[in-house]
Design a protein around this ligand. Sequence first.
Ligand code: NAD
Ligand code: TDX
Length: 344
Amino acid sequence: MKKTVIVTGGAGFIGSNFIYLLLEERPEWKIICIDALTYAANIHTLNKAIENPNFKFYKEDIRNRDGIFKIFEIEKPDIVVNFAAESHVDRSIENPGIFLETNILGTQVMMDACRKYGVERFHQVGTDEVYGDLPLDRPDLFFTEETPIHTSSPYSTSKASADLLALAYYRTYGLPVTVSRCSNNYGPYQFPEKLIPLMINNAIKDKTLPVYGQGLNVRDWLYVKDHCLGILAVLERGKTGEVYNLGGHNEKANIEIVKIILKELGKPESLISYVADRKGHDLRYAIDPAKAEMELGWHPTTMFTDGIKQTIRWYQNNMVWMEECTSGDYVNYYERMYERRINQ
Ligand code: NAD
Ligand code: TDX
């Protein structure tokens, strides 16, 4: 059936991958992207989407109530998927305010618009970071949907607040809400402030690879397309008022990831530089995706060994895209964030 879907944050990493998935898998749907085009966006990411007559782009901030309500009035969406967020933990440690504004108050504006104009679904894209971290010496422990919220960073706290607000809008106002919580994503179009694209970019340019602490922190990596397929499964088969964990059963220590990238690019391990640790650094994330697997029939399909190779090739073939991201303010960001770590 034909649907109109608003995707916020669609000029960023996961939102853009989700738009491309919908244009391919649901070609009869109309896709409306709303994005404020912050530093994390690259409008060229959407070059191919813009050629599609079923795609429309609005440059708008989800905190701007009047602007968002106007878009709802024009487009009359059936479904809203909220990816828009400040998403980088290190930046949240530096400047928490914008995280609270966009991630919490922006989500409120989107849900108020959904209430006013009526939608069949509001989906909040959440993160496993809301569960805090797990100890490194207890590989038997995983995050389930019942794990208590226990956040560490201003980023994860803002995301947990948004999840709780979304569930409150379900309970209080009957807004048809679903929430998914995903582990670390990797793949094309990820801004090179995050571990994998940052390390690929630096290795290609023979720059040092800054590993926080001893590189022993563990993340559970999921190929971005699998995350997007999981969200589509929640939209089509999930129950309102429910939370679904999406993850890959693919845990790796950061140092393993860095060594895989160096090996794949044929670069020496001498490029690795151990730098000052992240404040409050979460030790281990690990998702139990049993609920999504059983209730939605969702399973990750891309093996890490294939996904990481495809991802490295993608960045090698898209260095113009990378240059667009890393010119301008990125240079200041990098110096501010990494000089301080190295000089500590
Ligand atoms: P990203 O930083 O790459 O993209 C975020 C996008 O949101 C950007 O295009 C940006 O311009 C836009 N945006 C930011 N503030 C906005 C505002 N006020 N109004 C409108 N647009 C705004 O982030 P991502 O990695 O694609 O993450 C997308 C979502 O998925 C986020 O909600 C994040 O918390 C969640 N998530 C990410 C991961 C991951 O590994 N990257 C894992 C789990 C969950
Ligand atoms: O330069 C680096 N060196 C380093 O050792 C960077 C950028 C990161 N790291 C470490 C910190 C983490 O242990 O790598 C790990 C991954 O770091 P990030 O890519 O910043 O991701 P993380 O903090 O795990 O959060 C990510 O996953 C959950 C996303 O950024 C979030 O948006 C998502 O919610």
